[in-house]
Design a protein around this ligand. Sequence first.
Ligand SMILES: [Mg+2]
Length: 262
Amino acid sequence: MKVLKSRDKLDYHIRGLSDPKRDRLIMLDYDGTLAPFVVDRLKAYPYKGIPELLDAIIDSPKNRVVIVSGREAEEVRYLLGIEHKVEIFGAHGSERIMPDGSLKKDALPKEAEECFSEFEKWAAQKHLLPHLEHKHGSVAFHVRGLDDERAETLLHEAEEEMKHIVRGPLLEYKNFDGGIEIRVVGEDKGKVVGTLLNEVSEETLCFYFGDDLTDEDAFKALGDRGLSLLVRETFRPTNADVWIVPPHELKDWLTRFIITHE
Ligand SMILES: [Mg+2]
């Protein structure tokens, strides 16, 4: 673990975990954080031991666990495969699986579906549909698993196409680790963190674990209200407070939520 900002802030949160009276909000990204990257996105299962740790954490009523992912929420629920029901924000927050298991989706502007279809047509013409992931609120173009040169060329072509078809203030395109995507403006992980912070008390200890560029919105939104942890094998510039390497240091951290000193 490497402290990137305030050592005092880290110590405060670690001390807080020993306080049996304090509730915790534990927000976690999925891909790259709880699960290693694999070429076949539909086989990105969690690191060994992670589902058991999450189940043990959720066992305590002090812990509220929320998964925050760019994937569709149902896909995360399936891949995660834990025993307990878990809250999941999917598609960067435009979908939400509630604690009771029900699924809610935000209404989207009609421009969004038109734009996503236009991009899909472009991909079909170029025989690139296998790279496409069409979700609620976004369409992602993946290049993971390709050689570097091919990945760079395709990313460039996709970005050029996006430049043409993404118009107006409602939509934007952004890079993520392993691709580029068109999204509805305002539907991001920062908004998810804002929503969750409004739902917990001021005494709740808050944590956010993430690896991707899209998690930076969450780190910023959390700010001084909680501890942000960049979960990555290699370091990159970040707004997070701490850098940890998965899966070993992540498991160490998750274990802290289970242990209480009473
Ligand atoms: Mg990720």
